[in-house]
Design a protein around this ligand. Structure first.
Ligand code: ADP
Ligand code: MP5
Length: 274
């Protein structure tokens, strides 16, 4: 049974502090029993206080990482995270067009929770025009959805409208994450290719330890897709996993700590069909 093990890759930035980026993704892949690989687009010197500095990787070395993986592995799903700037977005897009890494999840990472910019803003247009059409799912948080669409998103109705506008940009399935909202519940809005839509809600956990929540959520979806799980179920599993990872808290560092990537899923997500 050569290569029957689920294989999944993250194309993103390294977080030296281990809570977000490549590290969060690999830990999540491991927790979900998919074999994880990485294509590192940028390095960050980072801890739970924030990002101290970052360094994009030379584009031809990104090409080399793609080539190494494409030559050997049977990758069944991929996700992107921090892509740094226009040159690096284009490098990733060009490589993705050449390889067969299965369904792509784009987590359009722009600004770290501590405020450090992880994507130069002039790259947003390239993400919209070139990367989003390659993705099966895009998972923006509220500030990212606002930047992608150029309008403010505050109400539930705004989130629904945002999902429709994002779908019009060319990605078939949309998750607008509500982690940054002021609501009592952490509610994410999902719009699927077939027009089906629903809210996934969990109790909002009062904690400073939410570093890397978005990466962990999208990495779980990617791992599930690599295992052959249907998209809707993979998205719901992502929400269950991030809720478990936030609520089964660990205490690491002195600032905004990471989530618990070895958390066990509990049945805690309410789905509101609409
Ligand atoms: N305090 C919290 N309690 C429960 N769920 C949360 C909390 N903060 C974020 N989430 C969930 O974590 C996931 C990532 O959301 P978000 O924080 O919006 O993304 P990002 O890390 O990209 O900014 C979403 O499913 C969101 O609902
Ligand atoms: C390398 C890297 N990728 C992504 C994030 C976003 O995570 P968060 O918004 O939780 O800081 C990050 N801080 N660092």
């Amino acid at each position: 049974m050569i290569n029957s093990t689920p294989q999944v890759v993250t194309i993103a930035g390294s977080d030296s502090g281990g809570g977000a980026g490549i590290q969060a993704d690999l830990k999540t892949f491991q927790a979900r029993q998919a074999f994880g690989m990485s294509i590192i687009v940028a390095l960050t010197a980072q801890n739970t206080y924030g990002v101290q500095s970052s360094l994009p990787i030379a584009s031809d070395f990104i090409d080399s990482q793609f080539n190494s993986l494409a030559e050997d592995f049977s990758i069944k799903a991929a996700k992107t995270g921090m892509l740094a700037d226009t040159e690096h977005v284009l490098t990733v897009v060009e490589n993705l067009k050449k390889v067969e890494f299965g369904p792509l999840i784009v987590d359009p990472v722009m600004v770290a929770k501590g405020g450090h910019q992880l994507l130069e803003y002039d790259a947003v247009q390239t993400i919209k025009e070139q990367l989003l059409p390659l993705a099966v799912v895009v998972t923006p948080n509220l500030p990212e959805a606002e930047i992608l669409l150029g309008k403010s998103i505050t109400t539930d109705r705004d989130m629904i409208e945002a999902a429709k506008s994002l779908q019009a940009l060319g990605t078939k399935n949309i998750v607008v994450k509500g982690g940054h909202s002021q609501n009592k519940e952490a509610s994410d809005f999902v719009l699927l290719e077939n027009g089906e839509s629903f809210w996934m809600s969990t109790p909002r956990i009062k904690t400073p330890n939410t570093h890397g929540t978005g990466d962990t959520f999208s990495a779980c979806i990617a791992a599930e897709l690599a295992k052959g799980t249907q998209l809707k179920e993979a998205i719901v599993t992502g929400k269950e996993f991030i809720q478990a990872a936030i609520s089964q808290e660990i205490f690491v560092g002195h600032g905004h700590g990471p989530t618990n990537h070895w958390a066990q899923i509990q049945n805690s997500v309410t789905i509101h069909e609409r």
